[in-house]
Structures are given as structure tokens and as C-alpha cells.
Write a protein that binds this ligand. Structure first.
Ligand SMILES: Cc1cc2nc3c(=O)[nH]c(=O)nc-3n(C[C@H](O)[C@H](O)[C@H](O)COP(=O)(O)O)c2cc1C
Ligand SMILES: C=C(O[C@@H]1CC(C(=O)O)=C[C@@H](OP(=O)(O)O)[C@H]1O)C(=O)O
Length: 361
């Protein structure tokens, strides 16, 4: 399996949902960078399962243990290795799923690809649980980026058909980002958040699940981050964001909306600010021109599908018997992935941006 990302700052994620531990090795970080492990832990806590009614009931402390790579709290040139124990596994929930693949999950494709040798318990290496080490790596990268004047924050833009307000793609500030990120249910408008919680609760009661969209933004980027073709901002960010399980779409700036605009509507017009800085009046391009940062806020929207494991009866097959059958998934599942995935998208963006920033240096 290939679970590594990055050219300068490289991460490699290991473990399975029900193995002894999961973790990440981070290589190529700039040296002498102080890493506040308590702040990193707080970042991970935003994703941790088992904390509220719209999360899986599986309770994990997600305490990170850094076993190497920091000396006197600073990056020292050696790779950081961080481990997170799996403490609350219940593998019996998965006994029948080896034979009857869940519609929408990776059971079927993993079974065929790995000839039945894959660890199917808890989704194995395909589990959303693997976003815990992704968040640790992201938290480390975020701290380094903050020191270079770059801030990242995300919010829930929609759940099912309920929408929150969008970020102001031109004038979004660091303070606004910090405020939304500090919320337990991160929406800009609290009323929209309450409606979303009710939608998730209803889906859960009906044995169903819902999806949604996360909007994430980076501000303070200098002009020039991103390499040609395959290593442009869009390419790099898409590649890491699609590593988050259940992501099915990503948009930059106006995204799919550009298809219905005229050039005169979509072009972002340049002007010179009093400071002498060149900016654009609008931000349909979402901060990326030619895959290179323009200095405007970098705006992405990520679509998450509804959680595949639901208790409604659904058609599947028995692989052993070679027969059609039906399945109602039991066990502990998120009725909606989106609320816990907010820091995952921030983390993915931070890792990709630090990797590209180090090339830009
Ligand atoms: C934070 C997080 C939590 C998730 N929780 C669940 C879950 O409880 N049950 C489930 O079936 N899928 C869950 N998923 C999604 C599956 O892991 C994912 O759909 C599956 O691995 C198949 O991958 P794909 O959807 O990207 O194709 C979660 C994903 C994330 C990011
Ligand atoms: C444990 C986490 O989420 C898990 C993600 C997940 C999946 O299929 O992705 C399925 C469930 O696993 P289990 O059946 O072992 O409880 C979730 O609880 C986590 O995010 O830390």
C-alpha cells in the first residue's frame, strides 16, 4: 500500500483501525522549529471520536506519543515519529463483513485487491481513523506555517441541504478563522449549525446517514507557491484531500460555478493597494492562478459522501456462498462524517502548503 505524501516535507501514515496503534512519520521538516505538543493535541481533540451525539460512539483518547524527531521541543532534522494507540476496538462488529461487503465502503475492493489478506476490522487501513495521524502531521505543519504568516481554517458549509454562510473569499481575516475554528460545531451562523445537528440526528434515528461540504481557506500566502503542472496548488491539494476517506469532490474558488460564467464575470481584476501590493477585487480564482498562489485567500470546498455504514437493509452479496443477500450494518458509526472531518481538511491543506512552501524557499 502507498500511504506517503510529499516531496520536501514527506509524511507516511501507518496502522489500521483495530491494530495496536496508528501513527505518522514526518520527514524533511525545517529544523529548529518549536512544536507545541499541547496545541497539537488540542487540534487532534477536535477530530477525536466518541464525544457527542453526531459522532461514532467509539471512544478514543487519541493521545499522541512522539517517540523521535524532537529535541528540546524543537525539530532536530531526524524524522518525527508519532504514535496513537487504539484502545477501544470491538472487532466482532466486523465478523460478517468479511463475507458481506458493505455498500459504499472499501470492503469489496480491498478484499479483491489484497486477496483476503487485508485487515478488514474497522475498515483496516481504509478507516477514517487514519485521519488522526494526518491531523497530528497537519498540526505540526500549521504551527510552522503560522510562524511564516500563513493561517488556515475551515467550517461546515453544508450538511445535506442545509447551508451555512460562505467565507468572504476576499476579506476573510485571521480573527474570523480563529473564531469559527474554536466552535464545537464549526459553522459561521450558529442557527445553521443547529439545523444541521437536527438533520444528522434525524438521519441517525432513521438508520441512515448524511454528507456535506467543508469550506477551507488559507490566508497570508505569498505570491508564488506552487510548481508547474503536476505539483501546482490544485494538483497537490487534491491529491492529499482525496486521501481523506469519503471525500468525493473538491472545488477551488468558484469551482464548478465557473462553467456558467462569462469571462468578463469570472476574471478577477487586478488593482494596486495603498501599500503597493497587487490584489484582485474579486476572488473567483480562489487564490490559485496557473497552480501558483496569487496572494489572495486560497479557498477550497470539499464534498463528503454520507457515511456508508448504515443500519437500513441494503443489498449486497455473500462472497463465500456466491449469492445475493441483504445487510444491515450494526456497530459504532458516524451518522455524518463532516463535523469530525473539519480539522482533517485543515490538516491536509497545511501539509500540502508546507511541502510547497519549502520548495518555494
Ligand atoms: C473522520 C472520518 C470518520 C468516518 N467514520 C466512518 C464510520 O463511522 N463508518 C463508515 O462506514 N465510514 C466512515 N468513514 C468513511 C469511510 O472510511 C470511507 O467511506 C471508506 O473508507 C471508503 O472510502 P471512500 O469513501 O473514500 O471511497 C469516515 C471517514 C472519516 C474521514
Ligand atoms: C474510530 C474512528 O472512527 C471510525 C471510522 C470508521 C470508518 O469506517 O472509517 C468506522 C468506525 O470504526 P469502528 O467500527 O472501529 O468504531 C468509526 O468509529 C476515528 O475516527 O477515530
Amino acid at each position: 500500500m502507498s500511504s506517503s505524501f510529499g516531496d520536501r516535507v514527506k509524511i507516511s501514515i501507518f496502522g489500521q483501525s483495530h491494530s495496536e496503534a496508528i501513527g505518522v512519520v514526518i520527514d524533511g521538516l525545517p529544523v529548529g522549529e518549536e512544536i507545541d505538543l499541547e496545541a497539537a493535541q488540542r487540534f487532534l481533540d477536535r477530530r477525536a471520536p466518541g464525544k457527542n451525539a453526531y459522532s461514532t460512539p467509539r471512544k478514543e483518547g487519541d493521545q499522541v506519543r512522539v517517540v523521535s524527531g524532537l529535541f528540546d521541543s524543537k525539530t532536530c532534522g531526524a524524522p518525527i515519529c508519532a504514535m496513537i494507540e487504539n484502545t477501544n476496538t470491538r472487532s466482532k462488529d466486523y465478523a460478517q463483513l468479511k463475507d458481506m461487503p458493505r455498500p459504499g465502503h472499501a470492503d469489496f475492493t480491498a478484499e479483491i485487491k489484497y486477496h483476503g489478506f487485508q485487515d478488514y476490522r474497522g475498515g483496516g487501513h481504509f478507516s477514517g481513523r487514519l485521519t488522526a495521524p494526518l491531523c497530528f502531521a497537519g498540526a505540526v505543519c500549521l504551527q510552522i506555517l503560522e510562524r511564516r504568516g500563513i493561517s488556515i481554517g475551515a467550517h461546515i458549509l453544508s450538511i445535506h441541504e442545509q447551508k451555512d454562510k460562505s467565507f468572504d473569499a476576499v476579506y476573510i481575516t485571521k480573527e474570523e478563522l480563529a473564531e469559527v475554528v474554536s466552535k464545537e460545531f464549526p459553522t459561521i451562523e450558529d442557527g445553521a449549525g443547529e439545523e444541521m445537528k437536527a438533520i444528522i440526528q434525524k438521519a441517525r434515528e432513521e438508520g441512515d446517514s448524511v454528507g456535506g461540504v467543508i469550506e477551507c481557506v488559507a490566508i497570508g500566502l505569498p505570491v508564488g507557491i506552487g510548481e508547474p503542472m503536476f505539483d501546482g496548488l490544485e494538483s497537490k491539494l487534491s491529491s492529499i484531500v482525496f486521501a481523506i476517506p469519503a471525500v468525493k469532490g473538491i472545488e477551488f474558488g468558484e469551482g464548478f460555478g465557473v462553467a456558467t460564467l462569462f469571462g468578463s464575470q469570472n476574471n478577477d481584476l487586478f488593482y494596486i493597494e495603498e501599500t503597493g501590493k497587487i490584489k484582485t477585487k474579486t476572488n473567483h480564482h480562489g487564490g490559485s492562478l496557473g497552480g501558483i498562489s496569487s496572494g489572495m485567500p486560497l479557498v477550497i470546498r470539499t464534498a463528503f459522501k454520507p457515511t456508508p455504514s448504515i443500519s437500513k437493509n441494503q443489498a449486497t452479496v455473500s462472497l463465500e456462498k456466491g449469492k445475493n443477500t441483504t445487510l444491515s450494518v450494526t456497530g459504532r458509526h458516524d451518522p455524518c462524517i463532516v463535523p469530525r472531518a473539519v480539522p482533517c481538511v485543515e490538516a491536509a491543506m497545511a501539509i500540502a502548503l508546507l511541502d510547497l512552501y519549502e520548495l518555494f524557499q
